[in-house]
Design a protein around this ligand. Structure first.
Ligand SMILES: [Cu+2]
Length: 74
């Protein structure tokens, strides 16, 4: 087991709870994701993941493949 990294991604393009739920669902399905929660009002997605099992690039790609845009992280 690697250590858990927690990143908050700034995501634009979410307009309702359905959007944030679909991001959370898609990320949760990936190996290496421990927890993924998006919030459309804040325009953010909090993701806890194992850096050895999944890359940040893969997380960003997954969000963007759904049609949203990752603007940054904090
Ligand atoms: Cu929506």
């Amino acid at each position: 087991m690697g250590k858990t990294t927690k990143t908050k991604f700034q995501v634009s393009g979410m307009s309702c709870n359905g959007c944030s739920a679909s991001i959370g669902r898609a990320l949760s399905r990936l190996d290496g994701i421990e927890k993924a929660e998006a919030d459309f009002q804040k325009g953010s997605a909090d993701v806890s993941y194992d850096e050895k099992a999944i890359t940040k690039e893969k997380i960003i790609e997954t969000i963007e493949n759904l049609g949203y845009k990752v603007e940054g992280e904090s």
